[in-house]
Design a protein around this ligand. Structure first.
Ligand code: NAD
Ligand code: G3P
Length: 323
């Protein structure tokens, strides 16, 4: 059977490469005609995953109807476009959601959006510490595969696992999604600390206190603590907060160096999901009565409503409290 991947950005292309690594055919839906042409004609995707020779088993297409014969669809669009691409996908095929974010306007998680867009399709979530280039190169990676239907989850895990790509099964879909969405916002905060030269103590504090925020929000939404402390939560938080290979961390670094969010986000092709998730997450947290001061600080910097120094001072001047 043929696997399908929807979205040929860095992560969709890397996942197509992973699935094709045992020679099985993979259909890869791409938005841009030049991406389709480069993948089919030259086995490369210089726009989104440069310097990675791609498998000849990957066939790119711009027609969703070409995915009708797939028995599995990985959805890898930016979170804000997930609803529209899933609505165009063939109905009834298991959807493995790989996008990390919360939908603006609805505050829905990706599984909730997909459920609305394709009510008959079974849903799973694949999320964890996974830089696309490393997976495409076959470097060792572990990830959470969350699915409420255990038997389907086991089948999907067997289908996706490779010698250097190890999915860990969970039935906590909400928990896996919240970890992936929240860590992007916290990575922006850690990038700010890097760009502003605040030091490694500050980064560790942001990771740790940020994890406390992720946990408070996750528990309020019904996530399980062990999921938040696992690959899709803490694992991905540590990865994304540690490296300029992260687009979210890099965006924060630019903010910390004094650039405006508008300038950093203008005309970019690649997605820094945290910039879209931050205000939605802040509003959802406020509505649920969950305190997320680091997320609030990131929102202030993204909206350019307060100078960097004032935002940092306000975070540090909060009343002392028990850990
Ligand atoms: N890059 C990674 O290492 C990585 C790893 C894990 C998860 N993710 C997640 O995967 C998702 C996709 O990220 P990426 O890194 O593959 O993307 P990317 O930044 O490399 O590329 C942008 C993507 O957005 C698509 N796009 C732009 N406008 C669109 C539209 N109107 N409709 C549909 N698609 C549109 C482009 O075709 C392209 O596929 C994100 O949610 C991201 O958080 C990325
Ligand atoms: O480059 P980022 O910040 O989107 O992070 C990529 C992945 O989500 C890391 O797991």
């Amino acid at each position: 059977m043929k696997a399908g991947v929807i979205g040929a950005g860095a992560w969709g292309t890397a996942l197509a490469q992973l699935l094709a690594s045992d020679g099985q055919p993979v259909a890869l839906w791409a938005l841009e005609p030049d991406v389709i042409e480069a993948i089919n004609g030259r086995q490369e995707n210089p726009l989104y995953l440069a310097n990675i020779p791609l498998s000849a088993s990957i066939r790119a297409t711009g027609a969703m109807t070409d995915l009708a014969t797939c028995d599995l669809l990985l959805v890898v669009s930016p979170a804000q476009h997930l609803r529209s691409v899933v609505a165009q996908a063939p109905a009834g095929v298991p959807l493995v959601l790989c996008s990390k974010g919360i939908e603006a306007g609805t505050s829905l998680l990706m599984s909730e959006v997909a459920q609305q867009a394709q009510p008959t399709s079974p849903i799973a979530v694949l999320s964890g510490p996974t830089f696309a280039h490393e997976v495409a190169k076959g470097l060792p990676t572990a990830i959470t595969l969350a699915c409420e239907d255990r038997a389907l989850g086991q089948r999907l895990a067997a289908r996706i696992a490779r010698p250097s790509f190890r999915p860990y099964l969970s039935d906590d879909v909400i928990g896996a999604e919240i970890g992936g969405a929240v860590k992007n916002v916290l990575a922006i905060a850690c990038g700010v600390a890097e760009g502003a030269g605040l030091g490694l103590n500050a980064r560790a504090a942001l990771i740790s206190r940020g994890f406390a925020e992720m946990t408070r929000f996750g528990l309020a939404r019904g996530a399980r603590p062990e999921t938040l402390g696992g690959l899709s939560g803490l694992g991905d938080l540590v990865l994304t907060c540690s490296s300029t290979n992260s687009r979210n961390f890099s965006l924060g670094k630019g903010l910390g160096e004094g650039a405006s969010a508008a300038a950093l986000l203008a005309n970019r092709r690649t997605v820094a999901e945290g910039a879209f998730t931050a205000p939605v997450l802040r509003d959802a947290a406020r509505a649920a009565g969950v305190e997320m001061p680091v997320v609030e600080a990131v929102c202030a910097l993204l909206a350019d409503v307060a100078p960097l120094g004032a935002v940092i001072d306000a975070l540090l001047a909060r009343p002392l409290r028990p850990e």
